[in-house]
Design a protein around this ligand. Sequence first.
Ligand SMILES: Cc1ncc(COP(=O)(O)O)c(C=O)c1O
Length: 405
Amino acid sequence: MNSKPSLDAVRDLDARCHLNTFGKRLPILAVAGDGCYLIDENGRRYLDLIGGIAVNVLGHGNIALAAALTDQVSHLIHCSNLVYNPWQSELARRLCQATGMDRVFFGNSGAEANEGAIKLARGYHVEQGRPRARVLSATDSFHGRTLATVTATGQPKYNQKFAPLPPGFSYLPFGDEAALTQAMDDDVACLILELIQGESGIHPLSRDYVALARRLCDQTGALLIIDEIQTGMGRTGHFTACQLYNVKPDIMTLAKGLGGGVPIGALLATEQAATGFVPGDHGSTFGGNPLACRAALTVLSEYERLGLVARAQEAGKRFCEALQPTVSTAGPLVEIRGAGLMLGLELASPTTAGGAAAVRDRLLAEDGILINSIGQTTLRLLPPLTISDAEIDLAARAIVGALQK
Ligand SMILES: Cc1ncc(COP(=O)(O)O)c(C=O)c1O
């Protein structure tokens, strides 16, 4: 780019040159970032409550991350998995320590981690001498866009068009214990769940449901996969939502915040579940490369230095306390869902304050605040875990104001 870019020129190029997957985007041309703020080409600052969809856990422009990446780029960016690299093994060690899992495989995204998780579960049963193919997931879940993960995603709008879909997948009504009990038998290879559904609008499973899922997996020999791609990395005020729910999965997936913006995903497994892969069963050219692993190692160090997991809990509490006065059966909000800094605000009706998209647009235009809307009635907040008290107070005041219009 030789000259200063303009929103109109970029929008025009986007319309002409991109596959039309994102439709109309928010009218912001992001060129820089500073802490919790995204900055456009004219220097306007937007308070970012989306955080790159739960990715920018350290905010934008974190100095330690920038320094580590600069240093890493000058040493070694990539070397392939044909050789060992010290950043990958150290990251694996630290993630096992943080999650209580035993082994790790690195990929580049959430979908890739979940794709690997489903393969690992089926591979496990083959290695056990009794192949099983069935994969159960929840309605309204979201697990990614590859063919297997979009099939596991329990939302027909995302997968029906791409039929024939891989066979063996079926869907359990979200949170329905009777349906879960009925579906679990010894043909099930795995059950994949988000403990708090993110993409569908922040819907937590009950503790009883999750405990039942663990028990039924133990009884039938099915593997429990917990998709922590959105809930993980301290988002809920615990390093993983599994810690919040006190459940130990057989397989766990992480991505989003793991690299603080550098693409990396992780598939973690217990020693037992890890037997599902033998050499040659799985791989990734870029997965676990030195640059991505160094980013994730730095993210973990910053978590420790700044106490970000505890901070997510405190910050979420502050947000909820500030927004609570707007919650009543009459609205404008009827409910705040979620944990830590993974929050869903439910409007009383699709016409409350003009609907979720109208509230989002108003916050952007009038207050310079970036927030995500889901469907007609839900607002989703996934800000950086570094968000300050002053930024929370400012955002909450603006949200309350926008809801009352
Ligand atoms: C719970 C969950 N799983 C999987 C994914 C897919 O991750 P990615 O977009 O990195 O492939 C997402 C993305 O939003 C997610 O929220």
